[in-house]
Design a protein around this ligand. Sequence first.
Ligand code: DX5
Ligand code: ZN
Length: 218
Amino acid sequence: MKKLLSPSILAADFNILGSNIEAVEREGADYLHIDVMDGSFVPSISFGMPLIKSIRKRSSLFFDVHLMIVDPVRYIKDFVASGADGITFHLEAERDAERAMELIHSEGKKAGIAINPETAVSALGDDMIKKADMVLIMTVHPGFGGQSYIGECTGKIRELRTRAEKLKPELDIEVDGGINKETINTVLDAGANVIVMGSAVFSGDIGEKMRFYRKVLG
Ligand code: DX5
Ligand code: ZN
């Protein structure tokens, strides 16, 4: 299964965002992880459609949009129009996850479901897993970058990979939060294959960090 690196621009320097994105793209990022926060589903507010529209003009990376917002279905069309390639919403924020994925698919985009650290993998029904292109297991409480990996989440990654082997072998399992050189091998061994990294990639020398993690992913 292909292992993909998805740098999170939440940790980028917004003063020079375009060149930060160019740097990860040049060094072989697979996706660009874009965290949208509404100050309601999570305590913080980040950015939204205008920013995505603007960076879309300069980047051909797969835009992996992570919606940490209430009632995400309201905005699916807007995020598609802004340039999203994949849209991941939170199970905790959406009453009809299957319908939400159908809407994303009807726009020709990839659909992902995210679960918070306190949400069990069993909250995802078999049909949801079959319909999803990706499931995002949050490995920190969503809302802020730079937090520490929550060790209890490793078992959830393993549990989901085991279920996916039966239900949907090609399911992408993304992990997000606290992934760095100390934790990356743990999540890969447990069965994650899409790795989000914010502070680990955007702090210090981006090129050097990207080359290091590209090698780890193989
Ligand atoms: C947290 C966001 C993450 C964040 C990860 O709510 O969803 O994508 O950018 O940041 P790091 O890698 O620094 O933990
Ligand atoms: Zn995220």
